[in-house]
Design a protein around this ligand. Sequence first.
Ligand SMILES: NC(=O)c1ccc[n+]([C@@H]2O[C@H](COP(=O)([O-])OP(=O)(O)OC[C@H]3O[C@@H](n4cnc5c(N)ncnc54)[C@H](O)[C@@H]3O)[C@@H](O)[C@H]2O)c1
Length: 270
Amino acid sequence: MTNGILKGKKGIIFGALNDQSIAWKVAERAHEEGATFVLTNAPIAMRMGEINELAEKTGSQIIPADATSVEDLENLISQSMEILGGKIDFILHSIGMSINVRKGRHYTDENYDFSMKGLDVSALSFHKVLQTSMKLDAINDWGSVLALTYIAAQRVFPDYNDMADNKSYLESIARSFGYHYGIAKKVRVNTISQSPTMTTAGSGVKGFNEFINYSEKMSPLGNATALDCANYCISMFSDYTKYVTMQNLFHDGGFSNTGVTQEVIERFKD
Ligand SMILES: NC(=O)c1ccc[n+]([C@@H]2O[C@H](COP(=O)([O-])OP(=O)(O)OC[C@H]3O[C@@H](n4cnc5c(N)ncnc54)[C@H](O)[C@@H]3O)[C@@H](O)[C@H]2O)c1
């Protein structure tokens, strides 16, 4: 399925760590749809070197940047405009990390240094990307900026821990910055709330296998895959969704509007 719907568009894709990453699939699909883009990730994530394979496959350059560092972001965004030959049309923020989750700290026993770092990486970095782009006037009119989120921002999933708070903050930034960027430059800002997906970040959550199975049974269409999430991102970067902004868009097979499914009810029969 390639229709060239991103032909001539330029972008920056954050967060492709390995071929499981949602951002990896977005890069592959964006390339197939005719976009050119720069790939970026935290310098430490480059150590595995897998991103080089993606860069080669998609004819992209890589610029390392810690998304919490405004200096790194300024360098990334201005260099990207030079490499791509002008302003950009789309940005994918596909970044998330909680040290409390990693270290197994319970939500009621957070280490606040860990919490602050997780908030900076997972949420505030989105504001930094948007603010830096705006200051450098780096995005074309009708450009599209996306971040990825999870429904734990609205409902409790206990093991999602402080990432739930980070995602709420992230979604709020999309609304608030979307307002200002819309007025200033007609730039769209949205979050996509994706089904649980087997990736490095996803599988860090305690009991992830059970979680993914539960979600599968609770979604009329089943869990959305990383590739399908990428396809949704492509549509959001295209001109077919020009008036969609400041939204949190569920891409979850219907999970968010389902109270219970027959399949789950059956399991509670006496
Ligand atoms: N996997 C899921 O179940 C799921 C569900 C809904 C939303 N999401 C979201 O999708 C996004 C992508 O995650 P993924 O599941 O593809 O996992 P992933 O582990 O492949 O991607 C997370 C990325 O964040 C990057 N990152 C971490 N710290 C960074 C920093 N300081 N600067 C720049 N980059 C940094 C990592 O290097 C990695 O590439 C995240 O926002 C995640 O919360 C994931």
